[in-house]
Design a protein around this ligand. Sequence first.
Ligand SMILES: Cc1cc2nc3c(=O)[nH]c(=O)nc-3n(C[C@H](O)[C@H](O)[C@H](O)COP(=O)(O)O)c2cc1C
Length: 140
Amino acid sequence: MFNLVYRSKVNPVFVQSQIKYMLEHARTFNSSKNITGCLLFHHGVFLQYLEGDKEKVLTLFESIKKDKRHTEVFLLSSSHIYSREFDSWSMAYENFLGANHQLEYLKLLISSFTEVPDIAINPKPTSKGFWTAAKKLLHS
Ligand SMILES: Cc1cc2nc3c(=O)[nH]c(=O)nc-3n(C[C@H](O)[C@H](O)[C@H](O)COP(=O)(O)O)c2cc1C
């Protein structure tokens, strides 16, 4: 089992409603490849966590990198893992547009990371703790 985390910047022509269609496609594809994960979208920045079979995740990441709907795709971390974080979610998604106070914490972590990654508040998106927190908050 393998995971990776990347960040990218949205192409401004890619609007919120199109993200919905992209997600539908992504969820169908990911389910068929047994890939699970989470996509966060905040202030024009995507943070995505993908996990599954290494070859399948890397192949998907290759197509994601070529996608014109975002730019500056930057791999933040990748590693072998023993178990899945998002075992029942083909692609959890949060855009932080709703007024959910529980997500404020996650927004703070993301903003801190996207502004100055080196001195960001912990847990950072490169750590397991961040995605465990994301999973809990998105569930609640
Ligand atoms: C931010 C972002 C995240 C994406 N995540 C996924 C994903 O998890 N699974 C997926 O199948 N496609 C995802 N896509 C879409 C892929 O980039 C691509 O369109 C899809 O794999 C089809 O590629 P193909 O046209 O080369 O077959 C994502 C696109 C963007 C912009």
